[in-house]
Design a protein around this ligand. Structure first.
Ligand code: F1P
Length: 309
């Protein structure tokens, strides 16, 4: 078994641990009303995107997400939140250094001994969620679970959905498709981006991601038989029908197997949380990799952290 399989399966427990941690580190996280920038690279950037949209939708204040190298110098923020598993990613370290003494910063980090910890004003170490894999799964979602717990989201329910998602049958056999596009709305746009990145990183597979409302403004041209469209979160009116007309397969939590498992197991519950859908997509990416003869623990051209000379 690949390390990444075990890491994916451990997400429910990691999320519960993150929720417990909020009690001690909550003071370092954004307060209601603060104007906040959240930054990261790769997977960590997509988690920043998801948190930013969710915090703002929760009415807690303006929240922007940036790839660390694209932070707009000169903007005023009350707090910077950086997400980095390794704590060594060059662009994140450079930004923390540049904003030192100007913007209070908090880093969510996997490695408590890493340089990011010394550069930020406050650190939230999560070594329990750190990973052996190059391809991130549980650190990223655990960082998001911690931030969601701090926003008041119910992590017990979320983890119960995750328990289902680590075991449920995949909504589609990956060997049957040649391309996938993930869609999301609001905070799930970041999750869709992350799902597509997993397919590219782990399986070198053609995977795209868009805000669901933008999909019909061009990207739908890619849809065809033997291709897949997988939507997270709220579904725009008529989208499923429009995808069906292209001959592509459509997957959404209202229709896939998790719902069936959940409705008999936790009667009356709404469809699974989109973060549980992301677990299914992570498993889909790993299965894709192995079915293509690739080792998901050894992704092509990637290292655990990008450290630039
Ligand atoms: C960020 C990151 C990962 C990616 C790859 C390179 O790392 O972009 O998301 O999978 O391994 O690094 P980090 O700053 O979260 O350690």
């Amino acid at each position: 078994m690949a390390y990444v399989d075990a890491e994916i399966a451990s997400q429910p427990e990691c999320w519960r641990e993150a929720a417990r941690l909020v009690g001690t580190v909550g003071g370092h996280l954004p307060r209601p009303g603060e104007r906040v920038a959240v930054v990261g690279c790769g997977t960590s950037w997509f988690m920043a995107m998801a948190y930013a949209a969710r915090r703002e939708a929760a009415g807690q204040g303006e929240t922007d997400a940036f790839q660390a190298s694209e932070f707009p110098a000169g903007r005023r923020y009350d707090r910077l939140v950086a997400i980095t598993r390794s704590g060594t990613t060059t662009e994140v370290l450079e930004l923390l250094t540049a904003l030192r003494g100007q913007v209070p910063s908090t880093v969510l980090v996997g490695d408590p001994e890493s340089p990011a910890v010394g550069l930020a004003d406050a650190a939230v170490p999560m070594p329990f969620a750190d990973e052996r894999s190059v391809v991130q799964t549980r650190f990223a979602t655990t960082a998001l679970a911690l931030l969601r717990a701090h926003l008041g989201d119910n992590i017990a329910t979320l983890s119960a959905d995750a328990e289902v998602a680590v075991r449920a049958p995949l909504p589609i056999d990956p060997t049957r498709i040649e391309q996938v596009t993930f869609l999301g709305r609001g905070w799930t746009v970041g999750l869709a981006q992350e799902a597509a990145l997993k397919c590219r990183e782990a399986a070198t597979f053609w995977a795209e991601a868009y805000p669901a409302m933008d999909y019909r403004h061009g990207p739908i041209s890619i849809a065809a038989p033997n291709r897949l469209v997988w939507a997270f979160g709220d579904l725009p009116e008529g989208l499923a029908e429009d995808v069906a007309a292209t001959g592509a397969t459509f997957v959404h939590s209202r229709t896939h197997g998790c719902r069936t498992v959940l409705s008999s197991w936790a009667a009356g519950r709404t469809p699974v949380d989109p973060m549980a859908d992301l677990i299914l997509a992570q498993r889909f990416a790993v299965t894709l990799a192995t079915s293509r003869g690739l080792d998901p623990d050894a992704p092509r051209h990637l290292t655990r952290s990008v450290v630039l000379a």
